[in-house]
Design a protein around this ligand. Structure first.
Ligand SMILES: Nc1ncnc2c1ncn2[C@@H]1O[C@H](COP(=O)(O)OP(=O)(O)OP(=O)(O)O)[C@@H](O)[C@H]1O
Length: 358
């Protein structure tokens, strides 16, 4: 069931158009990640859904209720939108206990003391924080503070939970753990969550749907696997994954197949530029690091390259390869001696775009 509908949202700030017509929907029991480079408009879009910014144009419907209609000048305040909000900073009140932090919003809304007690305790228990109810935020770890912030947003039983970089203050280990339990929580509660993040691995691991923003526009949307393996532009291809970006000339084009090359090398690739490519055009290829396999023995179809260095990364080795002006990184399970190696690079993994596109 669709909980959130965002249609053609356009927003100007300081004389600049920050959002240029964003549209998407979000379903109950799912997580939508807003992903994109710094300044692409992720936070502004989230704030528009929350009611903290008022778009000049567009419509937003939450749980069947129109909360924004630019044409009709409808713009409901955040407290009438049935949303919960969690900020990066958690924004807990330092002089209130955990219990008071979580229950304060309910108090403002005139919920009875007995009801508040019951609801606050229930959500704290659910998040494994029941025993911390009387502590102050300064007596909690970062991870616990973040859970309190999420409790505070969930205690209203919102239809849509809005999370603005909720994990970025946690250390790497806690962050990985938090991705998992936040996802489980949203699915268990059967609500819908919108997660703003600039961290691609967070979006890939936590979200059902990823919206990739560029310069105020949603340039691609889809499931994590679709977005990762089928990018529709250089920006999408470059934004996700660990990549080799290769500058080259288009040698030939035959439908979606192409041959690119540079100084003393050439590679078979696949045209990914929507408008197509022409022979002798300047191009950029994106090759995911994991798509290159390296061997120290001659391999049929392998490109002979020089291994300049093997770098130990703990769980694997990184190889630094070169041939003429083609420089690449690849990974493997063991250390290889510097010198001649053979790199196998499937043509479907060499995504070729025009050099001019951003
Ligand atoms: N109040 C404002 N007045 C003018 N410009 C603003 C204002 N707030 C944001 N912007 C601009 O809007 C653009 C989008 O900002 P926004 O914070 O939504 O991006 P973001 O994708 O969330 O970036 P980040 O990942 O860095 O938080 C940026 O170029 C920013 O400078």
């Amino acid at each position: 069931m669709t909980e959130l509908v965002v249609s053609n949202v356009q927003k100007w700030l300081g004389g600049l158009q920050i959002l240029k017509g964003a549209s998407f929907t979000a379903e109950r029991g799912s997580i939508v990640a807003l992903l994109g480079a710094s300044g692409s408009g992720k936070t502004t879009l989230l704030r528009c859904v929350a009611g903290l910014e008022q778009p000049e144009i567009g419509e937003i419907v939450i749980g069947g209720k129109t909360v924004l209609d630019g044409a009709k000048k409808i713009a409901l305040p955040p407290e009438q939108r049935n949303i919960g909000l969690v900020f990066q900073s958690y924004a807990l009140w330092p002089h209130r206990t955990v219990k008071e932090n979580v229950g304060y919003g309910l108090k403002l809304r005139g919920v009875t003391a007995a009801d508040i007690e019951k609801r606050v305790q229930a959500i704290l228990e659910r998040m494994g924080l029941g025993h911390l109810a009387d502590r102050f935020p300064s007596q909690l770890s970062g991870g616990q503070q973040q859970r309190v912030a999420i409790c505070r947003a969930l205690v209203y039983e919102p239809r849509v939970l809005l999370l603005d970089e909720p994990l970025s203050n946690l250390d790497a280990k806690l962050r990985e753990e938090a991705r998992y339990w936040i996802r489980k929580l949203i699915l268990d509660l059967e609500i819908c969550a919108i997660l703003v993040t600039h961290d691609q691995s967070e979006a890939l691991a936590a979200a059902d749907n990823i919206l990739l923003l560029q310069d105020g526009r949603i340039v691609q949307q889809g499931g994590p696997q679709e977005i990762y393996s089928n990018p529709n532009s250089f920006y999408s291809a470059d934004f996700l994954g660990a990549n080799n970006i290769v500058r080259a000339k288009v040698r030939s084009v035959d439908g979606s197949r192409t041959v690119i090359g540079g100084d003393n090398w050439s590679l078979d690739g696949t045209v990914r530029e929507a408008a197509g490519l022409a022979a002798s055009e300047d191009a950029r290829a994106v090759i995911r690091v994991e798509q290159i396999s390296v061997s120290d023995r001659p391999e049929a179809g392998g490109l002979e390259m020089t291994l300049d260095d093997s770098i130990y990364l703990g769980d694997r080795w990184e190889y630094r390869l070169s041939r003429g002006d083609f420089v690449a990184r690849a990974h493997g399970a063991r250390q290889l001696s510097t010198g001649t190696v053979w790199a196998r690079i499937p043509s479907e993994s060499v995504w070729v775009f025009s050099a001019g596109q951003h």
